[in-house]
Design a protein around this ligand. Structure first.
Ligand SMILES: Nc1nc2c(ncn2[C@@H]2O[C@H](COP(=O)(O)OP(=O)(O)OP(=O)(O)O)[C@@H](O)[C@H]2O)c(=O)[nH]1
Ligand SMILES: [Mg+2]
Length: 469
């Protein structure tokens, strides 16, 4: 084969892509305390199971049978499965609205799907145990000639093709929908995870920025040093209405209480949270790490935690958030040096947050970004491009889409709408990132997602995920 010939170049390119894939797959932690992180990126499927609307007796029987299958298989003592059982109990018994009275036999297929879901759709090594479960299942449920067998259903979740075949055989819409949700979980699980580390000096708005990317108030943000552990936020394939949190205990129906209070029993510096990301990043298997703000004169522990994570390099991309109300401070200077020394070839995206604080009449956004770019070049970063954003405005615009704004947030949002109509950020992005296109929207509140820079940043991240530069 000729060197530099087309075939040779293709081969080299293919080999590089393969290596890159392997590299990526070892970057992200596969397990945390025996729980696979891929399990944490599966959404609850229960919302499509009418068991939630059953009478108390049927609900109780359903839960008892599920629990007995876990016990027979010996999975009830494992953290993930037992937490899932707790969540099922809470979701099923927590709903008091009775809408259906189908009787327990109605659920004979759905319960098998649920068991498969509990086991993370990974069943290869479980055959012997499953045979014992099947024996009990056959005693529990009436069977007939037309039934799809227990083993056919449970094995179907090992591949999308098998699952699609079983889905065709299912008689009812709710069963087909259940299989559809599992399909979504399965195809999501097959995607390569993409890790993003977010770092900055104190109070630059890292947590607010991550909340704007996820569209959820997941990371505590306030006007004082507040993030003290590394929060890894994992995307789920679709909205199931729940967040999971792993902070010593795994809670799969986490509310504010769990999310905003650190568990004293957790002696590690990590907390994992899973939720569905609303907006531009909804489809990717992202893990975003929120780290404590680095303050060189203040809390050394925070700095150590953040430094360790940057050094460990378990991410595919680093986002460095700068605070446009506090540029070129000593802390920034030192932190940039640290990042520069450690980052190697990992791509860095610079985000200039809080641009809503600019006076549009007095300040020229192009000139400010240019000055900051020159500063980053002096610090040794090659071709740095800065993405201006107002994370606060982006977060509020997403809350508007989700109809979750309070009155005072609404007022804040309309202030931002006016301000960003004048600021002209799309012109800046059009010039610096000509390959990135963001559609306009007639509704001013949704247009704010574009005008405040957030929609551009989401698209830029997506480009990186897909291998673009
Ligand atoms: N005006 C404005 N304020 C913002 C923006 N983003 C964050 N803030 C405010 O800045 C303060 C700090 O925000 P956080 O998101 O907690 O910052 P952080 O970098 O996570 O802080 P630490 O974790 O403590 O280092 C809060 O009062 C936020 O409301 C923004 O885009 N515009
Ligand atoms: Mg924070």
């Amino acid at each position: 084969m000729k060197k530099n010939g087309r075939k040779y170049r293709k081969l080299v390119r293919e080999r590089e892509q393969k290596l890159e894939k392997i590299e990526q797959s070892i970057i992200i932690e596969r397990e945390v305390d025996g729980i696979k992180t891929s399990y944490l990126s599966m959404a609850h499927i229960l919302s499509s199971n009418p068991i939630v609307y059953e009478n108390t007796n049927t609900k109780r029987t359903y839960l008892e049978r599920l629990a007995s299958y876990l016990k027979i298989g010996g999975w009830n003592k494992r953290k993930y499965e037992s937490s899932m059982m707790e969540a099922y109990k809470k979701i099923i018994t927590g709903n008091e609205e009775v809408r259906v009275d189908n009787g327990i036999d109605y659920y004979k297929n759905l319960i098998v799907f649920d068991l498969a879901h509990f086991l993370g759709y990974e069943l290869k090594e479980l055959n012997e145990k499953l045979k014992n479960v099947e024996k009990q299942y056959l005693l529990d449920f009436d069977s007939s000639e037309e039934d799809i067998s227990f083993s056919r259903i449970i094995n179907s979740v090992t591949s999308i093709r098998k699952l699609r075949n079983v889905q065709k055989l299912l008689g009812r819409d709710d069963e087909k929908e259940y299989a559809e949700l599992i399909c979504k979980n399965l195809s999501f699980k097959k995607k390569q995870p993409f890790g993003i580390m977010v770092t900055a000096t104190m109070s630059a708005g890292k947590s607010t920025f991550i909340n704007s990317l996820t569209g959820k108030y997941i990371c505590l943000s306030q006007n004082m040093a507040c993030t003290s552990k590394i929060h890894s936020i994992i995307n789920k394939p679709f909205e199931d209405g729940f967040s999971y949190e792993y902070d010593h205990d795994l809670v799969m129906t986490a509310g504010k209480e769990e999310l905003f209070n650190d568990n004293a029993l957790n002696t590690s510096d990590r907390i994992y949270v899973s939720t569905h990301f609303q907006g531009g990043l909804a489809d990717g298997r992202y893990i975003i790490h929120d780290s404590p703000g680095v303050n060189y004169s203040g809390d050394h522990e925070h700095k150590e935690i953040a430094d360790r994570l940057i050094k460990a390099k378990k991410y595919n991309m680093l986002i460095y958030v700068m605070n446009s109300t506090q540029l070129a401070t000593n802390d920034e200077d030192e932190h940039l040096d640290f990042v520069k020394q450690r980052i190697g070839r990992t791509p860095v995206l610079f985000v200039m947050n809080k641009v809503d604080s600019y006076d549009v009449e007095e300040e020229d956004i192009f000139a400010t970004m240019h000055r900051q770019t020159e500063y980053l070049k002096k610090k040794g970063f090659k071709n740095p491009t800065i993405c201006p954003v107002s994370a606060r405005a982006g977060y509020l615009a997403k809350q508007f889409v989700l109809r979750k704004l309070t009155r005072s947030e609404e007022r804040e949002l309309y202030n931002f709408v006016d301000k960003f109509e004048q600021m002209g950020l799309p012109r800046y992005y059009g010039e610096k990132f000509p390959q990135i296109h963001v559609e306009d929207n007639e509704q001013e509140e949704i247009q704010l997602l574009k005008n405040c820079g957030l929609a551009y940043i989401e698209n830029i991240i997506k480009e990186y995920t897909e291998g673009g530069k």
